[in-house]
Design a protein around this ligand. Structure first.
Ligand SMILES: Cc1cc2nc3c(=O)[nH]c(=O)nc-3n(C[C@H](O)[C@H](O)[C@H](O)COP(=O)(O)OP(=O)(O)OC[C@H]3O[C@@H](n4cnc5c(N)ncnc54)[C@H](O)[C@@H]3O)c2cc1C
Length: 271
């Protein structure tokens, strides 16, 4: 973790691709943390007919094109979920799974989160609720924990927790959950049944941006930005669907470009 990147981009879609291309043209060092592109909403789109410069094509084809261009920028590609961004004196610490990165500036291009928070999830985050077994698992050694989620990551995390001596209750991703407790999470309610637990690990594809970066402000469900794509946190910029409607590729690409130029200005002024 010696390197401090100029810019750390969260998300790997259209906005991220546009931002990374501009940043590399400006000679900046860039790291990108992104989920697999096949999991994005765009990948499922039947046909895109309103993106200039390209003929009509399926969302899967367009996602592949963006992914190839993003990779070809030479940005350091990190596959995984960014979990948190911590502002420090003159830089930011970014946790991706159990790894940690540093950057002078951050661009959030996380799209929109379609997954809703479970009741109690936000309230008990850091007090019994965690998104990362390898980061926080040791705190629950010898204790009973629930792992909520589907897919390989959830299985891996549940196995990891068992391996370090936790008693693990496994729950599917979809269901009606509630986390209750007092000072910390104490119970997971699933399908009307209460399970007493010491911790709840929630494994989702994305982390709500409200959890990702402390201090952001919001308007109409999107991250509030100015014309330079600057958020309320100096050094953090946002672009694409995560800043709100219209949810369109051309807007995401334009905003990614502006966010990159603003991040360059921010870094150059600091230097
Ligand atoms: C079915 C469908 C059809 C559409 N049709 C059209 C159309 O015809 N024309 C048009 O202009 N637009 C269309 N759109 C909208 C278009 O797909 C979006 O506007 C565009 O993809 C937004 O780009 P983005 O980069 O902001 O976000 P996204 O493309 O959503 O990319 C964000 C990426 O970041 C990842 N991510 C999120 N959080 C994290 C995290 N914490 N760590 C790591 N990675 C993270 C996500 O998994 C995702 O892959 C359609 C969308 C859908 C779902």
């Amino acid at each position: 973790m010696d390197q401090i990147y100029d810019v750390f981009i969260i998300g790997g879609g259209a906005a991220a691709t546009s931002a990374a291309m501009t940043l590399k043209n400006r000679g900046k060092t860039v790291a990108v943390a992104a989920n697999r592109y096949e999991t994005s909403g765009l990948y499922k789109a039947e046909k895109i007919t309103n993106y200039p410069g390209l003929p009509p094509m399926s969302g899967a084809e367009m996602s592949e094109l963006f992914h190839r261009q993003l990779t070809e920028t030479g940005a350091v590609m990190i596959e995984g979920r960014a979990l948190s961004v911590l502002p420090m004196d003159d830089s930011f610490g970014i946790a991706v799974g159990s790894d940690y990165y540093m950057a002078k500036s951050v661009i959030i291009t996380a799209g929109i989160t379609r997954e809703k928070l479970y009741p109690g999830e936000s309230e008990f985050l850091g007090r019994g609720v965690s998104y990362c077994a390898t980061c926080d698992g040791m705190l629950y050694r010898g204790k009973t924990v629930a792992v909520v989620g589907g897919g390989e990551e959830a299985v891996h995390d549940a196995d990891f927790l068992e391996g370090i001596g936790c008693s693990v209750l496994r729950f599917p991703k979809n269901g009606r959950y509630e986390i209750t407790g007092n000072e910390k999470a104490e119970k997971l309610v699933f399908a009307g049944e209460e399970h007493t637990v010491d911790g709840v690990f929630i494994i989702k594809d994305t982390v709500s941006v409200t959890q990702l970066v402390p201090g952001l402000t919001y308007e109409n469900g999107g991250i509030l930005v100015d014309r330079h794509m600057a958020t309320a946190v100096p050094g953090v910029f946002a672009a694409g669907d995560c800043t709100g409607k219209p949810l369109q590729l051309a807007k995401a690409v334009g905003e990614g470009n502006i966010a990159a130029l603003s991040a360059c200005d921010y870094i150059d002024r600091k230097n």
